[in-house]
Design a protein around this ligand. Structure first.
Ligand code: IMP
Ligand code: MG
Length: 184
């Protein structure tokens, strides 16, 4: 019997970052955010679904008071690349006027999602708006967005694990992997 598609993909993924490496980077990001935003009214906005694990670890390393909210974006177009049309499937419930907001995103690819979010959250007059991305993937960037805090910079490849999915799979993996193309 031939192996299922999922089994073949599992065999083709290659470890990029171990649990220990991720934990160190997340702590480092949390330390920097704690330092930069000490004494401020901080709201972290997690982008569902991909950022839920990263955000959970990030907030447990923060040393400053803060609140957490979530957005979920809907993008229309092909599965693996965001199209230009994005809407809020779920908006935040917090009034961010005058607050220091940090968007927490799993990965920036073309930059379309984060550019949309930046534009729409800016309209609500936060005191500041920063971006914290677990992964900054540069090869397919279309929008000029720069993250203030980056866990890992990678050039290319499809990344899974630690919240990141491929067709809703692999989110639960504690490590970060790249899916390799090619035959077994
Ligand atoms: P962008 O709008 O093209 O920057 O895409 C951002 C979104 O696409 C991310 O929040 C992810 O949900 C998804 N995405 C882009 N690249 C990857 C990847 O390599 N692995 C998993 N999800 C990805
Ligand atoms: Mg995703």
């Amino acid at each position: 019997m031939s192996p299922s598609m999922e089994e073949r993909i599992v065999e083709k993924k290659e470890l990029l970052y171990s649990r220990e490496t991720i934990a160190e980077r997340v702590k480092d990001l949390a330390d920097r955010i704690s330092c930069d935003l000490e004494g401020r009214d901080v709201v972290l906005v997690g982008v569902l679904k991909g950022a839920f694990i990263f955000l959970a670890d990030l907030v447990r390393n923060l040393k400053i008071p803060h609140t957490v909210d979530f957005v979920r974006l809907a993008s229309y177009g092909s599965g693996s690349v965001s199209s230009g049309t994005i809407t809020f499937a779920k908006d935040i419930e917090t009034d961010i006027r005058g607050k220091d907001v940090v968007i927490v995103e799993d990965i920036i690819d073309t930059g379309t999602s984060i550019a949309f979010l930046q534009e729409h959250l800016k309209e609500r007059c936060p005191a500041s708006l920063r971006i914290c991305a677990l992964i900054d993937k540069t090869e397919r960037r279309e929008k000029a967005v720069t993250a203030d805090y980056v866990g890992f910079a990678v050039r290319e490849g499809f990344i899974v694990g630690y919240g990141l999915d491929f067709d809703e799979k692999f989110r639960c993996l504690p490590e970060i992997y790249v899916i390799k193309e090619g035959k077994r």
